[in-house]
Ligand binder design. Structure first.
Ligand code: G3H
Length: 482
């Protein structure tokens, strides 16, 4: 089966067939770095999106009857196909979303590892037996068998920034648990997503088990999220869209991985050298276009000067340029994203923040910015730039840092840098976030750790085991013994 009908025009997968849309419309994706076309995806109609859901619903019935090991075989084969296509996928990710080549390659390898681990973990999912006698005397003859069963059809909506990894991390747990999937990738990233599905198809995907829907979210998104045959929505993207989806998805469970404003809290006794390296790696990899990027530094006055000097040195050493040159800081996904970062920087500087690096922009390429003396009246103290800018907020003491950290509408992760582990745990207990990294940068991986966003950062828990559990429900069968 072939995904490409003509060069660089990609088809969608519907019930085992690669097809073009009856809309006769395609959407051309340009590379964020040179604005050259990467390829075009189909702008599907609501009717086609409906067929994708109906087909997935039908395919799920058979798939749920397969054993865990049989389902795992498909995932192993998928992982192998992805690795075989590693260069093609990495090249496509690089061009389509402007990610440095080696990061793009790592994304593919990480995804294959993720899928293999999911296959293994799925085989270990089991239920429990509960004896009724432990509650009251009248129930001693009851035995509850609690099993996990699939939810049905999972709608997986992935973002642009990890077009392969954050798609597979929704699809693989759903499949191992016996669900079918309707996969709607972000438009920018949909070509990478399509190639990933091509790998799954080559691996022996049963017809209809994963159907691919491409097109503008504004055209097919609402239709899918309110479709009566969708049983769970797993979305990664902006907080505003996540909130909108959760309102629309009335009575349907949702897993939402949304924005963040992850703070790094740096205490007086921190190893500043290590803190600076980790903060810069956490803040600037893929140009800060990660929900888990470090997006503000809260540092006590006592060590602020020393830390800021080290951050500046690290930032100045970052490679800025094109993804093809494997730069760390590359052009942002689009003009609008670069405009937003520029607006935040201009606002902060206008209100008295001190830029410690040159403020420079070439098209979508925003050069890394270190902003000192940021105060809480500046938008950059609260907004998520999703770009290469690091605000420094100097604080009198760590209590003030915790207060500012918690005043955010987001609650994804936080880093605490200190040599005093007990103090780090005390601070961790006060931080309103899903995860706290002690002496390390904020990040989602390793992928079997639970990954949680609180407040505006999300709903539900991911991380391989948790992701599998999230796409199942418990079913209780009670045996009443005579
Ligand atoms: O953008 C959101 C991603 O889940 C972040 O993943 O921490 O591995 O870069 P990462």
């Amino acid at each position: 089966m072939e995904t490409q009908l003509i060069a660089n025009t990609y088809q969608f997968l519907l019930n085992g067939e690669w097809r073009e849309s009856a809309s006769c419309k395609t959407i051309e994706n340009l590379s964020p770095s040179d604005r050259k076309p990467v390829g075009a995806i189909q702008a599907m109609t609501e009717r086609e999106a409906n067929l994708a859901v109906i087909g997935a619903k039908a395919a799920q019935k058979d798939w749920a009857n397969f054993s865990f090991s049989e389902r795992a075989e498909l995932l192993y084969a998928w992982a192998d196909q992805l690795l075989e296509m590693k260069e093609e996928l990495a090249e496509t990710i690089m061009k389509e979303v402007g990610k440095g080549y080696s990061s793009a390659e790592k994304e593919v390898v990480r995804t294959a590892d993720f899928i293999k681990y999911t296959a293994e973990e799925g085989k270990r999912i089991h239920g429990e037996l509960i004896n009724g006698g432990s509650f009251n005397a009248g129930s001693a003859n009851k035995l509850a068998m609690v099993q996990r069963e699939p939810l049905g059809v999972v709608l997986a909506i992935s973002p642009f920034n990890y077009p392969v990894n954050l798609s597979a991390s929704k699809i693989a747990p759903a499949l191992i648990a016996g669900n079918a999937v309707v996969f709607k990738p972000a438009t920018q990233g949909a070509i990478s997503g399509t190639l990933m599905i091509k790998a799954l198809d080559k691996a022996g995907l049963p017809s209809g088990l994963v159907n691919l829907v491409t097109g503008k979210g504004s055209e097919v998104g609402d239709y899918l999220t309110t479709h009566p045959s969708i049983d769970l929505i797993n979305f990664t993207g902006g907080t505003e869209t996540g909130e909108y989806i959760s309102k629309k998805a009335s009575m349907i469970p949702v897993i939402l991985e949304l924005g963040g404003k992850d703070p790094a809290l740096v205490l007086n006794d921190a190893d500043l050298e290590k803190a600076a390296k980790d903060i810069v790696a956490g803040g600037f990899s893929y140009s800060g276009q990660r929900c888990t990027a470090i997006k503000r530094v809260l540092v006590t006055d006592e060590v602020a000067e020393a830390l800021v000097a080290k951050l500046k040195t690290e930032i100045e050493a970052l490679k800025v340029g094109m993804p093809e040159d494997d730069a760390a800081v590359t052009p942002l996904i689009n003009e609008k994203a670069a405009d937003f970062v520029q607006h935040l920087v201009d606002d902060a500087v206008g209100k008295g923040a001190t830029p410690l690096t040159a403020i420079k922009r070439e098209g979508n390429l925003v050069f890394p910015v270190l902003l000192d003396n940021v105060t809480t009246d500046m938008a950059i103290a609260w907004e998520e730039p999703f770009g290469p800018v690091l605000p420094i907020i100097r604080v009198e003491n760590i209590e003030e840092a915790v207060t500012i950290a918690n005043e955010s509408k987001y609650g994804l992760q936080a880093s605490v840098f200190t040599k005093n582990t007990e103090e780090a745990i005390r601070i961790s207990n006060k931080l309103e976030v899903g995860s706290v990294q002690i002496n390390g940068k904020t990040e989602r991986g390793p992928d079997h750790f639970p990954f949680i966003g609180v407040k505006g950062s999300g709903l539900g828990v991911q991380g391989i085991r948790k992701s599998i559990e999230s796409v199942t429900r418990e079913k209780v069968t009670v045996l009443n013994m005579s």
